[in-house]
Write a protein that binds this ligand. Structure first.
Ligand code: KG4
Ligand code: ZN
Length: 341
């Protein structure tokens, strides 16, 4: 099945061409520089920027895949959750194309697509549903921190989520306090490499509490108080590196411990992870080590597909359509709740 997928839920405009599980094109135009000036994503600007770039991104994807719109047998787009104005741009473009071609349209849940991105591998990227195992999946980005039990293919249950800030948001807000550019996650990771993670003992929020929820705002506040109590710290490069390493260690420990705990409790053979924060090498290595020790398979989304992309939307949409799932046809609900069970 030749399928076009669009993703415009936040600040990445992306179009992908997927065919028989193979990602034949995945073009991503990031708005990160536009929003950096404001220290975060400005919803109205994001929507306008999607409108400005979407057709160029689609054109590039068509060229990369050596195909024409008339060749598409289905069209998909992210239907939510995300910024409503931003989502509308991709949804409407995809629906209009599907309508014109008289082909099915499928609205895809953004988080559900993240759940399957770790199953995409190789070059060209190919979805390996044939390798699927029940798993506990960690989705960590600037907007979300979720633990999900994927009991079977296309069947999942949310175990927990952040009660306040997402893990990526915590990286970004700590970065802001340190005067680092937005988004700060990669900058903190770079500085942390030469820092001492044991320099400061920051809280590990909700680590010892039962349940699978997360909370990161307390950690952010602890860093704020720490900087208030150590006013010269920001001017000392080594102290900044130590702080970055200590904060990163706290975030990584919470994410890894809670993910592994859920996986062992549920008896799944596999752990997966995706979302922008999964680019963090300390997190990848810690998950790798913990899963090896626990005898669990680990599947991490490829670096290029950790952040938002249309490839994961297309891969999931094709899988659903091939199984006759067209329930989301022309679904106009933009930000539905995560379907439980
Ligand atoms: O998935 P994503 O592109 O967008 C959404 O938020 O949906 O994730 C972006 C987030 C930002 O918070 C950014 O700081 C974080 O991912 N991030 C990282 C790294 N690279 C990106 N966090 C920690 N270490 C990284 N290397
Ligand atoms: Zn995402």
């Amino acid at each position: 099945m030749l399928l076009l997928a669009l993703e415009t839920s936040c600040d990445e405009t992306s179009a992908a061409v997927v065919s028989d599980g193979v990602v034949r094109a995945n073009v991503v135009s990031s708005q990160v520089r536009l929003h950096a000036e404001y220290g975060g994503v400005v919803p109205e600007l994001a929507a306008r920027e999607h409108l400005r770039n979407l057709m160029t991104v689609v054109e590039l994807a068509l060229r990369q895949a050596h195909t024409e719109p008339t060749g598409f047998e289905a069209v998909a787009a992210t239907r939510g959750p995300g910024l409503p104005g931003a989502l509308l741009t991709g949804m409407r473009a995809a629906q209009a194309l599907a309508f014109t071609l008289r082909r099915p349209f499928l609205g895809v849940h953004h988080h559900e697509a993240h759940l399957y991105s770790p199953w995409i591998e190789g070059e060209p990227p190919r979805a390996r549903f044939d390798l699927f195992e029940p798993n506990v999946s960690l989705i960590v980005s600037g907007g979300h921190t979720l633990l999900v039990h994927v009991e079977a293919e296309l069947s999942h249950r949310v175990l927990g989520a952040t009660l306040d800030d997402a893990a990526g948001e915590c990286f970004d807000k700590v970065g802001k306090m340190l005067g680092l550019p937005y988004p700060a996650g990669a900058h903190i990771e770079r500085l942390a490499r030469e820092g001492d993670a044991r320099a400061w003992d920051f809280p590990r929020p909700m680590l010892d509490e039962p349940g699978d929820d997360f909370s990161f705002s307390g950690l952010k506040t602890a860093v704020r108080y720490h900087l208030r109590d150590h006013p010269t710290l920001v001017g000392d490069p080594q102290a900044v590196r130590d702080l970055c390493a200590s904060v990163q260690a706290a975030i990584v420990e919470v994410l890894v411990t809670k993910t592994l705990r859920a996986a062992q409790r549920l008896g799944v053979p596999c752990v997966t992870a995706s979302g922008g924060v999964t680019r963090n090498r300390a997190l990848r290595e810690a998950l790798d080590q913990a899963c090896a020790e626990a005898g669990l398979t680990l599947r991490l989304a490829p670096a290029a597909l950790c952040t938002d992309n249309a490839a994961m939307i297309g891969v999931l949409a094709e899988r659903k359509l091939l199984r006759g799932i067209v329930a989301d046809d022309y679904d106009t609900e933009i930000a539905p709740d995560w379907a439980l069970g």
